[in-house]
Write a protein that binds this ligand. Sequence first.
Ligand code: SF4
Length: 488
Amino acid sequence: MPYKLLSKSKYLSGLQCPKFLWIQINEPERIPETDPVTQYIFDQGHLVGELAKKVFPGGIDIPADDFMGNIKQTKELLEQRNPLFEAGILAEGIYSRVDILNPSNENSWDIIEVKSTTGVKDVHLDDVSFQKYCCEMLGLKIEKCFLMHINNRYVKEGEIYPEKFFTLEDITGEVEESSNGIQDRIADMLEVISAPICPETTIGKHCSDPYDCPLSECWAFLPEYNIFKLYYGGKKSFDLFSNGIITINEIPDSFKLNDKQRIQQACEISGRPHVDGEGISNFLGTLQYPLYYLDFETIGPAVPLFDGTRPYQAIPFQFSLHVAENDGTRPKHFSFLASGTGDFRPTFLAELKNVLGDTGSIVVYNQGFEEGILKELAIMFPEYDDWITSVRGRLVDLLQPFRQFHYYSPLQKGSASLKNVLPALTGKGYNELDISDGQAASIAFQAVTYGSVSEEERNKVRADLEKYCALDTEGMIWIVERLEGLCE
Ligand code: SF4
């Protein structure tokens, strides 16, 4: 076996960035440990992969934990002409594991790549073209290539039917196109990984396209208030960076910024917040007591858990509600955190209806999110339709004054999200919490609800979830108080 193999995942890394490829092979210790969100995505992918195998009865699962054993077994099984799962293909310094190798006409095979996405992406074509090349190098004849991805219109009713859950797309033609020049690309990459020195590559859009590169060390040279913190900077930030501009302060007047970005720049230069008293006043004028500060947390599993739900549909499992009856009264706190593994949406709705009075504004942060959840609940539980319609009519979005830049502090670092606004405006934040963002909450809830964990761990995580969601709504109260203070 050659010392430095180019595997499929390394080939994709190499297409994204030669530096990343070289580090993965030669100095993998520089790569940070997989973060929980990425791990969760991998785990979901694994679950989906297992489901896909059911579409091919009689398929043989080739154990993948023994690298050489997997390759040897694959060679032996190719003779039998059964569908093969996790077939290991090693040929002349390149290596690939094929999700499903399915026998087709005569002596040829089809490659079926299983993805937990809901469509075909360019990177999938590169992925499959590498697999096809490996197979052909080994002497296999590849007839067709398919991408088997999740059907986003699938609605669970009873058990999951894999044949309906997946969409099988014939991508043979697209893979053929992606294969143009693959031999040269592989040769270049084999040269990169054999080189004694890491190639120099500067940061750029490729760092998050098609995947987020985990090597944060490449970005570490940037100062805290750098050009990539420009509000919705996107292409502008990269253009400025390629012209040697590193901080927002340095952006020349001649460079076209929108009004919000100009405000941001002025704040960076002055070091002081921007306050549009009239805009804030107008926003505060829309609030009507009693005020209900509301926040939802959701899960969105790739494989639906409950009847009537689709893949990746956001399912609410928790809410926090702070109720301020009048100006100056101490807010009361109510919360709901689902327990048990059954469909918790009916209880969620009943509990919410119980504590959400009939009048007064319902303050949320990023209205589209909570409203989207409510709309879907109304479809699934039509008995709540009228009530949900009235609730939606009372929603007020606390994100708006920040999105509109009625207030902007340089401490927000170019973001209007609650996680940035709360500390910037009040000095309080999420640093002390073990769960400090929605994705972490979602993953933690699923782990302690559907995974096997000790009672102690489950209780600890559930307490952390309560603290996290409560801070989201209490934080909104503090923000409104600060905005009121700015208008006095
Ligand atoms: S962070 Fe960007 S430049 Fe650095 S290795 Fe990753 S992709 Fe390459």
